[in-house]
Design a binder for this molecule. Structure first.
Ligand code: ASP
Ligand code: MG
Length: 435
């Protein structure tokens, strides 16, 4: 039987520049005798830069789009020149092909659907990084097969948020990957991207590479999955937003799902479920301190947790009432949810009163406007924007009080283990200095 496979995921921060890629190489040297499937994101902030290319193109400015694309190609070239004493010609050629294919696409008129064009352009980031890292690993003596994730991960055609077709994906992974792992110890592939039945590229949603790694782990019944991050593990809150955060050593799948769903950015929310279904342990580890234990997410992690805080920004609170001031009844809610589904609003919280229905959603693109326009005939809507959703698991009154300071509470919900509040900043009044 094939030795058990481990799945590793390296995100953009761990591949930011030549020295970061070397560090990834050093980590992988320690696992040279193991069977690894390695998933990489785009390098550094490449995905953001590619989003700008897509936006310029879509706004009818292909020249600006090309200029931005050329700048990305130049910075990639700089990185590989620093990474390799002599850049392998095959790598330069594959990268040129990838960039040229997008450049040509920019000469065509935009498609009818922005999301489609977005995926065809933005997927370039992962294709580029995976070619670079695979070539580098080969150079340092780690024999690696490069795999196109689109040959494995099959999705529907919901561009920018492809839904995985599990049976097709499992079949492809199980038939194609084990023979490659027999041949060479490492497989290197892309996170974030998939393929439709018409052979078009999809993406799985921003930060979706963690999810890709979980898909590979599930398909291969992996022994474990590891996400290598720039933090020591899962923390009680985002250290960029809070002081005195501590690392959690062990976390249950359930806790991890709750926290990531409500905005704990450390793991993509879709990652946990496939792992939980097959009881595959997840390690969240530091690529800066690769020998430290990190956090283990698993089945049996006890239930004594400190308060944990997740903050989701860019929230909109939509207050909906009937135009005739009748009660908001079940058939209204059914109609509203129909429109919520078609405009792809993601609902984080909801609450109803006799004459109004309140939903808190992620304020993405123009989805809120489109929703309000659709319900306008029967409902009156008012929208509050720029809100934050704060979720506290295992809350204590002390933590909740400190989170409330300086904020106006717009909506609150409590369950025995979870408190959620939607807040906005109070403008701070200061006394003026008298001249
Ligand atoms: N590169 C993609 C992004 O930045 C996917 C990922 O990093 O997980 O969203
Ligand atoms: Mg990333």
């Amino acid at each position: 039987m094939l030795q058990q496979t481990k799945v590793f995921k390296f995100g953009g921060a761990s591949l930011r520049d030549a020295s970061a890629i070397r560090n990834v190489g050093n980590i992988l040297q320690k696992f040279s005798s193991e069977k690894l499937v390695i998933i990489v994101s785009a390098m550094g902030k490449t995905t953001n830069a590619l989003e700008e290319v897509a936006n310029s193109y879509w706004q009818g400015n292909p020249a600006a789009a090309k200029e931005k694309l050329t700048a990305i190609h130049a910075s990639v070239t700089e990185i590989i020149q620093e990474l390799f004493a002599e850049v392998p010609e095959s790598l330069t050629a594959s990268l040129n092909d990838l960039f040229v294919s997008v450049e040509w696409a920019l000469d065509e008129a935009p498609n009818e659907e922005y999301d489609f064009d977005y995926d065809q352009i933005v997927s370039l980031g992962e294709l580029v990084s995976s070619h670079i890292v695979a070539t580098y690993l080969d150079r340092i003596g780690l024999s690696t097969n490069w795999v196109d994730a689109r040959d494995i991960i099959q999705t529907d055609n919901t561009y920018r948020e492809g839904w995985v077709k599990w049976p097709e994906t499992v079949t492809r992974a199980q038939s194609q990957l084990p023979p490659l792992l027999e041949q060479k110890n490492f497989i290197l592939t892309q996170g974030f991207i998939g393929n439709t039945s018409e052979n078009y590229t999809t993406t799985l949603g921003r930060e979706g590479s963690d999810y890709s790694a979980a898909i590979f782990s599930y398909c291969l019944d992996a022994e474990s999955m590891s996400i290598w991050k720039d933090v020591p593990g899962v923390l009680t809150a985002d250290p960029r937003l809070f002081e005195h955060v501590t690392k959690i050593d062990r976390l249950s799948y359930k806790e991890a799902i709750e926290m990531t769903y409500y905005g704990a950015k450390v793991i993509h929310p879709k990652t946990i479920k496939p792992l939980q279904n097959k009881s595959i342990p997840l390690y969240v580890r530091s690529f800066i301190e690769p020998d430290a234990p990190g956090t283990l997410v698993t089945d049996d992690a006890g239930d004594a947790y400190p308060p944990m805080v997740a903050v989701e920004k860019d929230q909109a609170l939509i207050n909906i009432s009937t135009r005739d001031f009748s009660f908001v009844a079940e058939h209204h809610i059914k109609e509203l949810f129909g429109h919520i589904t078609t405009t792809r609003l993601q609902v984080n919280m909801m609450q109803n009163t006799a004459i109004s229905f309140n939903v808190v959603v992620n304020d993405i693109d123009d989805r809120v406007e489109r929703f309000c326009a659709l319900v306008n005939e029967h409902f009156k809507t008012t929208v509050d924007r720029d809100l934050e959703l704060i979720t506290v698991r295992h809350y204590t009154s002390e933590v909740v009080e400190s989170l409330r300071r300086g904020k106006v509470n717009m909506l609150e919900g409590r369950l025995p283990l979870t408190l959620q509040m939607v807040v906005k900043d109070v403008p701070v009044m200061r006394r003026k200095k008298l001249e």
